[in-house]
Write a protein that binds this ligand. Sequence first.
Ligand code: COA
Length: 317
Amino acid sequence: MKYSSIAGTGGYLPERVMTNAELEALVDTTDQWIRERTGIRKRHLVAPGQTCSDLAEIAARRALKAAQMEPAEIDLIVVATTTPDQIFPSLACLLQQQLDIHGCAAFDVQAVCTGFVYALSVADQFVRTGNASRVLVVGAETMSRIIDWRDRNTCVLFGDGAGAVVLKASDEPGVLSTHIHADGAYKDLLQVRGGLVQGFDNAFMEMRGNEVFKMAVTTLGSIVDETLAANGMDQSDVDWLVPHQANIRIIKATARKLKLPMDRVVVTVAEHGNTSSASIPLAFDEAVRDGRIRRGETVLMEGFGGGFTWGSVLLRY
Ligand code: COA
């Protein structure tokens, strides 16, 4: 039996930092409201001219370095993004070109904030079936480009960034199981209407925040149950929760469900807000690099996003 396992991780946040105080000057909000209702203190924004593929490239190179692998050794690239540079080629192909990799399959996965969980799930299937053995999996976003900076309901929540992992084939797990779901019936609660039909003027995010919040808490609770049941495990078998970083209150609700103390939950939302598909690999990379998550420990990643989409990955690091 072949498994995929994590060979290296990387992350990148653009240099420009926007504090809550700066947002007070843009919309009717306060630093206190943002911190109390979301846990966010600041977010990072791309510079004019800086692209999503630029962010993805830095995160990918860091993950490759950590995996002690050369770009040319990669045999599959899967990129999760909601904010690609162009309609096509895919962000994965642009990244492939920037990394000077040639010939291997490269494609994007679009599942908004669950994107990285989807991408890892897809990559894992390729490795398990023997169709790939060294996979670059990236979540990269420039959310600032689909934010209406006049809308206080959304502009305080999001930021830009990229995270990556390199997966390699292994005789030992690695990824224990992945679980992905979607229900398009909820499409109106969180969306960007803009596109080829509506045009790209005012292609901004719209969100019914309170309804999204409630669905996220319920759904993330049920995905935890599903994941543990599929592996014959209970809460005490999980060493680390690496959740999608959208809102500290959603994260705490999932931790309560798992009966995990907050010091076993990787929380980075204060530092970069919701970076959509980049948030889980950014948080994972931080906890691997600072030595919190150690080899052999069991990690549960879970995410929820527009669509709605939701999912989880259980892995042994
Ligand atoms: N500053 C100050 N007040 C704000 C505000 C802001 N940035 N944004 C909204 N408000 C106001 C609302 O207008 C509302 O005012 P009203 O009572 O006069 O109508 C009030 O705050 C409460 O709004 P509500 O939506 O009930 O607050 P909430 O407790 O649900 O918190 C969110 C709002 C957006 C933080 C919360 O709903 C949330 O996090 N939702 C999920 C968002 C998310 O994670 N989306 C991505 C999923 S991947």
